[in-house]
Design a protein around this ligand. Structure first.
Ligand code: NI
Length: 194
């Protein structure tokens, strides 16, 4: 059990493509994942990718809390550990929503993401898994898997006027939503860092 140091934007480990994990069932992988789980719990975030703890490996953990689920289409999701995950958009639909990141502390921004995806991965048991996801669940998976390709959410933003310090942006969020009624923004708890 250990709480690991989280790399922040600017550290080169966050901007490189992480390596495939050859043996998801290895002891080393299990130790890293356990430490990532401790680190995520300590941070209060909802997702964490291995490069964020200075390990350039294709491993992601995340969950979807009850407060962020929205009916049957967006059920809460228990903690999921994914090795070598792959995402496939199911259609062209995208929506804009607020994101934050443990590696970009204190800031948040509005990011377009695919609304409907299928994602697949290898578990720590070495077995293949896959799931479909929509909305916030799909957003979290896309955000985390981007970390494995050296992409941080500000690099996905199309309107940099919607990037700012969380403390300031929270006060202006209603105004921002009114200014862009065509876009879908998340609810009040969208500033979970991940
Ligand atoms: Ni992140």
């Amino acid at each position: 059990m250990a709480i690991l140091k989280i790399a922040r934007m600017g550290h080169p480990v966050l901007s490189q493509r992480a390596e495939e994990v050859r043996d998801p069932t290895s002891f080393d992988t299990a130790v890293l994942v356990n430490n990532m789980i401790d680190t995520l719990a300590d941070s209060g975030g909802i997702g964490l990718a291995a490069p964020q703890v200075h390990e350039s490996k294709r491993i992601v953990i995340f969950f979807v809390p009850e407060a962020r689920s929205d009916g049957d289409d967006e059920a809460p999701q228990e903690l999921t550990v994914m090795v070598n995950p792959v995402i496939e958009p199911l259609d062209e639909d995208q929506e804009v929503g607020w994101e934050a990141c443990l590696s970009v502390p204190g800031l948040m921004g509005a990011v377009p993401r695919y609304t409907n995806i299928r994602y697949s991965w290898t578990g720590l048991d070495g077995k293949a898994h896959s799931r479909e996801a929509q909305g916030f669940h799909a957003r979290v998976v896309q955000h985390e898997c981007d970390h494995l390709d050296g992409v941080l959410y500000p690099m996905r933003m199309e309107d940099m006027s919607l990037f700012g310090f969380t403390e300031e942006t929270n006060q202006n969020r209603d105004l921002l939503a009114q200014a862009r009624p065509d876009e879908e923004f998340g609810d009040d708890e969208d500033d979970d860092e991940r």
